[in-house]
Design a protein around this ligand. Structure first.
Ligand code: GAP
Length: 513
């Protein structure tokens, strides 16, 4: 655990030191769970967004994009169910005055029991070697059976109590399990209360006429309310999709783990409108297609898994998460939900307008079903960034820090480095930059010995370093160094654009999907 914490601290400090992410308003000691993207972070984030947009909108003839406003008519949130049901159960510790999500306290407790079971399994695996049969062991070893049954019983009781709004039983469970405040050890708890996660704000100049609004907690509703506008103006035929990226806001009770759970974050969502009855086939299609999109970035197949929901929200008839192996374990990265006709029907009811599709083949109107894909841009950023940061021991025993970002997403594609600061080398380096900057983000660096400059670019995640030396003046060749292999090739200046393009172009990467 300590090792995991160190790794995570290292990621956070690297993000700050190399201009990726800063705490918000840091000179005032920051604002909890709010972060600013710095000069390199904003480029990485923009590239992830573009990679998603191209894959979803540009590569699908039947998907178009919109950019709806963050502020929406307040009835939107009544219709969507967010006013009544977008709650988390919170509990306060009376001694420490710290606030927690009651369900997270219980889940963490259950996870500790699970860890005990996993430890027994690993011990047995080491003892029995190749002959080990895990399936048999987990169903016959008394201790493991007991641990797993206890975990199941706790989680099932919690789910039942939350579903029936029996918050007294959620508190009783915390007390029976003797769950203590993780920071102070105190077991002096208040009752459990429901807490709505939407941020409220006001529209209007005077207090009397002001209208209560919410900052949107998801981008999806901007798509639902525009369904018919897009369908008619774009002459879209079902099945078709509407995609959107943008900010969402949630007043998370416990926001932690850096940019994993923030109060202001960005989503990349797509609602796919289908004929009722065809939703399961599209749900499967989007599960596979979205997983392939993630895999195309090369972060390792073993780092992804599906978590199919057994307990479904009242509006869904299927739902799954794509989980990623973050530095603190497997957690949700993206959700894929078959949302039936719940949202469109709810907006029809609350607005009094018809939100139906006229099917020209059958001459009938119907409310389409929706399959949604929803991924957090900041979570994608964390997945990519944390997976890429490596400490490598080289052949000479020295250690290099390298950010092995997928080249397509790297903020800067190449750094141009004159070997020394005179003899016309800086001028030639600038000439190269003048040419390359039309196609790529490129940087210039002339400070320090070239070896140190290479290391700095490695830590920044720049895929290529181009070094200009005296030979370059004579024959217009340079060395190009590859970040990951550290291999250097002598190439013509005129070849640089093609070499870089081959490695960084979205086309090359998207073709892997
Ligand atoms: N429209 C569906 C929806 O909003 P969700 O599971 O609540 O579903 C979708 O959110 C995705 O948004 C999540 O998988 C996650 O990547 C991201 N997300 C949700 N809450 C977040 C938060 N507080 N901070 C960062 N990302 C968040």
């Amino acid at each position: 655990m300590a090792k995991q914490d160190d790794l995570f601290k290292n990621i956070v400090s690297h993000a700050k030191e190399y201009g990726y992410i800063f705490p918000s308003s840091e000179i005032y000691d920051g604002l909890s769970a709010v972060y600013d993207y710095a000069q390199n972070g904003v480029e990485l984030k923009k590239n992830i967004r573009e990679y998603w947009w191209k894959a979803m909108v540009q590569m699908h003839e039947n998907i178009v994009g919109i950019d709806a406003a963050i502020l929406m008519h307040p009835t939107t949130w009544k219709a969507s169910g967010h006013v009544d049901a977008f709650n988390d159960p919170l509990i306060d510790n009376k001694d420490s005055k710290k606030r927690y999500r009651a369900d997270v306290l219980i889940e963490d407790y259950a996870e500790k029991i699970n860890q005990k079971a996993q430890k027994e399994i690993e011990k047995a695996r080491a003892r029995f070697g190749e002959a080990f049969n895990e399936q048999e062991f987990v169903t016959t070893n008394a201790r493991v059976v007991e641990y797993l049954a206890k975990k199941k019983e706790i989680l099932e009781r919690m789910a039942r109590s939350l579903e029936t709004e029996n918050l007294a039983d959620v508190k009783a469970l915390i007390e029976e399990l003797e769950i203590a405040d993780p920071e102070t050890g105190s077991k002096n708890w208040t009752d459990v209360k429901q807490f709505n996660l939407m941020f409220g704000t006001k529209l209007g100049a005077s207090a009397e006429s002001a209208m209560d609004l919410y900052l949107r907690p998801e981008t999806a509703q901007g798509i639902f309310v525009n369904f018919l506008n897009v369908q008619k103006s774009g002459r879209m035929k079902v099945p078709f999709g509407i995609a959107q990226t943008g900010k969402a806001f949630r007043n998370e009770i416990v926001a932690r783990q850096f940019i994993f759970r923030m109060r202001e974050f960005e989503q990349m969502e797509m609602q796919f409108f289908v004929k009722p009855g065809e939703e399961m086939q599209w749900y499967k299609y989007w599960k596979t297609t979205r997983l392939n999109w993630h895999l195309s970035l090369g972060l390792g197949k073993e780092n992804y898994r599906f978590h199919d929901h057994e307990k479904l929200a009242h509006y869904a008839n299927a739902a799954a998460d794509i989980e990623f192996n973050f530095p603190f374990g497997f957690k949700e990265l993206e959700g894929i939900h078959s949302r039936t006709d719940f949202d469109l029907k709810a907006h029809e009811k609350h607005s009094g307008r018809k939100l139906q599709y006229f099917d020209p083949e059958t001459n009938q109107n119907y409310v389409p079903y929706v399959v949604e894909t929803s991924v957090g841009l900041d979570r994608m950023f964390l997945a990519v960034f944390s997976n890429s940061l490596k400490e490598e021991t080289l052949e000479d025993g020295s250690v290099r820090t390298v950010l092995r970002l997928p080249a397509v997403l790297a903020p800067t594609k190449a750094a141009v480095l004159p070997l020394i600061k005179r003899d016309g080398l800086p001028e030639l380096a600038q000439e190269i930059i003048e040419d390359l900057k039309w196609d790529f983000n490129v940087a210039y660096d002339e400070k320090d010995a070239v070896g140190r400059r290479y290391r700095r670019q490695d830590a920044l995640g720049t895929p290529f370093c181009i070094t200009v030396d005296h030979q370059s003046l004579e024959d217009k060749t340079v060395t190009i160094r590859h970040r990951d292999s550290m291999k250097q090739d002598r190439v013509k200046v005129s070849e640089l654009k093609d070499i870089i393009n081959q490695e960084v172009s979205m086309r090359t990467w998207l073709q892997k999907i």
